[in-house]
Design a protein around this ligand. Structure first.
Ligand code: PEP
Ligand code: MG
Length: 747
């Protein structure tokens, strides 16, 4: 950048900062800025448009356009040149604005006489705040230096906006982070929670966007980048990395060592920004590019850059992850995303979790479920909106988040929580009673678990045992393969904590959405139907055998229940079982005590197994229907895909008829049958499953109370009749008929 424009832009920034330092209302400041910029850049017009709401830009200050239009002229995102700048998050520079695509004539502003138009986005790390525009009569394009200077000014405005300098009575910006916000996301884990925001990644606040001494600021950025490079190199030299992890980190390193990145930041500093603001400017530009890139690989790389910028800012500001802030009371964790191990570190002290990204089947969701913490995912913009300590209410049932709620909303929410608490009290009183329906049928209610942290719920929920212990969670939360002895100790602790209650251990179910960080990911076109669960166990039996040994050792002669996941045919079950028999034999010959009673079961998660030969039903000691997977294959509807996962009702007659077939096959061979998918924990579904003849249901501990309460209220024979009638009537789903019947049932 030529020396002339460097000092021009530095001068402008300094004037800007001095002007902002003067006291005054937000509107006065905006007005002063527009005249200052117009004067410095020698253009006739300078205007600032800010977002009123996420889709509406409003002219908030102008020098040169009709002042009457201020706070009146509004544009939608993408509308007119200003709206296009905002949408694309990149500048528009034209010498002939009226001929430009998308130009929209706004007569109230009087801008028709200005030909030249330059608009740049005002944005802060992915958050769109507005658009800064200069215009002039002369039909000319602004020079590259002028575009750059205006971008630098916009960057400072964004930082200032974050610091709240434009907030005032007038009609300028409303104070940031003070308004109530309702966010609609998706349910990750049901439940309601009220508390205060705790940001997983503390916001780094840049208080000094303008740099006075470019030499000093350049030294600072160089030193910080050098420190960052060393830390990335250290990561790379870790001996535990496999080839793929190394490749990813190499790409990361490439960015850290990129000369272009450092050069651009140095240029920003020469233009008058502080080192921190220079990092933010490049980060914002990268984020804006990210939004335009459809290619997943490239997006990942840009994410790397984002992450590096964060690290760099932390180095510069000295604000580490631990900012010294105190975790508020009743913390609700807010993050873009979080890994399972990090989430476990927070543990049960969290009241709720809100993620900007994440998915229903993500490891974080699995852990949140295990800890029974309400979780909302896909809460757009939550990390930019929320501040540490903000009042927040999480409605996990409906995937809603109320940030800084108004009093009336908060009151209604608390009523809902109180009702839920009352219901819980009622359920607690049923804890030691059986789930005996009026017809006399007793349905077994067990709980699903996966972590040691789950086990206390066995007592409090009144579950008869653990119907599904998902052993993969122990593998998912580590960054290396657990050792056999470590697992044996853990399984022994689980059995101890169960105090004689049955625990059904499911062998490792990885693949599909459950990817172990230390195993080479498989590049599969359709992982849900790919190399997963028992398929991996049989093809590479080392881990399966190690796990079976750990289970046998943990039992130390106690009763043991093991089941194999995702079995599709009889042969697979027999192979898996033979591994177990071999390990039993080996352990016995080593002189270790082995269980006298060992039950070996199967998860029925693929429709094919329902049609396996009779010999299968005779050999397996029990069957547990994995409804989450079975349902996705039965309806061909991906359980991870928000668009389709709720599309088909599990009380659809076709699905119930299929369940009936499984019940009948099990009855022929007296094979015990249970259901352990999520649907078992929904009272109406649970009632229908029990009415269809499923003897045991395994669910989240919090669901046991509601399910038991309903089962005790009804006659399953009557319920079955209702189902049959609905079926005979040609209904697609029995839900309406069952609900109608339930409404007539009194306590
Ligand atoms: C299921 O598929 O229903 C099941 C219980 O297993 P998971 O949800 O762990 O795949
Ligand atoms: Mg499954």
């Amino acid at each position: 950048m030529p020396e002339r424009s460097e000092s021009e832009s530095r001068k402008l920034l300094r004037r800007l900062r001095d002007s902002l330092a003067l006291s005054g209302k937000g509107q006065d400041r905006l007005d002063r800025i527009t005249s200052l910029i117009a004067d410095s850049m020698r253009t006739e017009v300078c205007s600032i448009y800010l977002f009123r709401d996420p889709d509406t830009l409003e002219l908030c200050a102008t020098q040169g356009l009709n002042p009457e239009a201020v706070h009146k002229t509004r544009l939608k995102m993408g509308e007119g040149l200003v709206g296009r700048v905002a949408r694309m998050a990149s500048p528009i520079n034209t010498g002939n604005a009226p001929s430009e695509r998308g130009f929209r004539f706004m007569p109230e502003t009087g801008e028709e006489i200005y030909s030249a138009f330059l608009g740049v986005p005002i944005q802060r790390v992915g958050e769109k705040l507005g658009v800064l525009v200069v215009q002039s009569r002369e039909a000319r394009e602004y020079s590259e230096d002028e575009v750059y200077a205006l971008e630098v000014v916009a960057m400072v405005l964004a930082e200032m906006a974050e610091l709240g300098v434009f907030v005032g009575e007038g009609e300028a910006l409303s104070a940031k982070h003070t308004q109530p916000v309702l966010m609609r996301g998706s349910t990750g884990q049901e439940g309601a929670a009220e508390g205060h925001v705790w940001l997983h990644e503390a916001r780094v606040v840049v208080t000094n966007p303008v740099g006075d001494d470019p030499v000093h600021e350049t030294e600072r950025i160089r030193a910080a980048v050098a420190q960052l490079r060393v830390s990335v190199d250290d990561l790379l030299s870790a001996s535990t990395l496999d080839k793929d992890q190394r490749q990813v980190l190499e790409a990361y390193r490439l960015f850290a060592h990129s000369r272009g990145w450092l050069r651009r930041m140095e240029e920003d500093i020469m233009a008058g920004l502080s080192a921190e603001a220079a990092v933010q400017k490049e980060q914002s530009a990268a984020r804006a590019r990210l939004e335009q890139v459809p290619d997943a690989y490239l997006r990942d790389r840009l994410h790397d850059l984002d992450d590096l910028s964060h690290r760099l800012l932390r180095i510069l500001t000295g604000q580490g992850r631990d900012t010294g802030a105190e975790m508020p009371e009743n913390p609700v964790l807010v993050a873009r995303n979080i890994g399972p191990a990090e989430l476990l570190e927070y543990g049960r002290k969290l009241r709720g979790i809100v993620l900007e990204e994440g998915s229903v089947g993500s490891h974080a969701a699995v852990v949140a479920r295990a800890l029974a913490i309400p979780l909302v995912i896909h809460a757009d913009r939550i990390t930019t909106e929320a501040l540490n300590g903000d009042h927040i209410m999480v409605d996990g049932d409906n995937g809603l988040v109320h940030l800084r709620p108004e009093a009336s909303i908060a009151a209604a929410f608390r009523d809902k929580m109180a009702m839920q608490a009352k219901a819980q009290e009622r359920y607690a009183s049923l804890r030691n009673l059986p789930a005996q329906s009026k017809c006399g049928t007793v349905t077994g209610l067990m709980m699903n678990a996966g972590l040691m942290a789950d086990l206390p719920s066995l007592e409090s929920s009144g579950a008869e045992g653990v119907g599904l212990f998902r052993t993969e969670l122990q593998f998912l939360i580590r960054n290396q393969m657990p050792k056999r002895d470590e697992l044996a100790r853990l399984y022994a602790r689980v059995m101890d904590a169960a105090r004689g209650h049955r625990v059904v251990f499911r062998t490792l179910d990885i693949g599909s959405d459950k990817v172990l960080p230390y195993l080479k990911p498989q590049d599969e076109p359709n992982p849900a139907m790919g190399w997963r669960a028992i398929r991996v166990g049989l093809d590479k039996p080392g881990v399966l055998r190690m796990q079976l040994q750990a289970l046998i050792r943990a039992s130390a002669g106690r009763d043991l229940s093991i089941m194999f996941p995702f079995v599709s045919e009889h042969h697979e079950f027999m192979m898996a079982r033979s591994h177990l028999l071999r390990e039993l034999h080996r352990e016995r010959s080593l002189g270790h005590p082995v269980p006298v009673n060992i039950l070996v079961g199967t998860m029925l998660e693929t429709p094919s197994l329902a049609y396996a030969p009779r010999a299968f039903f005779e050999t397996t000691d029990f069957i547990s229907i994995g409804g989450n997977d079975l349902r996705q294959f039965f309806f061909a509807a991906d359980r991870e895909n928000e668009r389709v996962r709720r599309r088909y009702d599990v009380l659809n007659v076709s699905f119930l008829t299929f369940l009936e077939h499984i019940v009948n096959r099990c009855a022929e061979t007296a094979t015990p049958l249970s259901f352990c998918g999520e649907d078992a924990g929904r009272p109406v579904e649970a009632l229908c499953f029990a009415a269809m003849g499923i003897q045991t249901l395994s669910m989240r501990p919090a669901s046991i109370g509601p399910v038991k309460a309903l089962l005790r209220r009804v006659d399953l024979i009557e319920a079955r009749k209702v189902i049959e009638m609905a079926r005979a009537s040609g209904a697609e789903t029995v839900r309406p008929a069952i609900l109608e019947w339930l409404a007539t049932q009194v306590d």
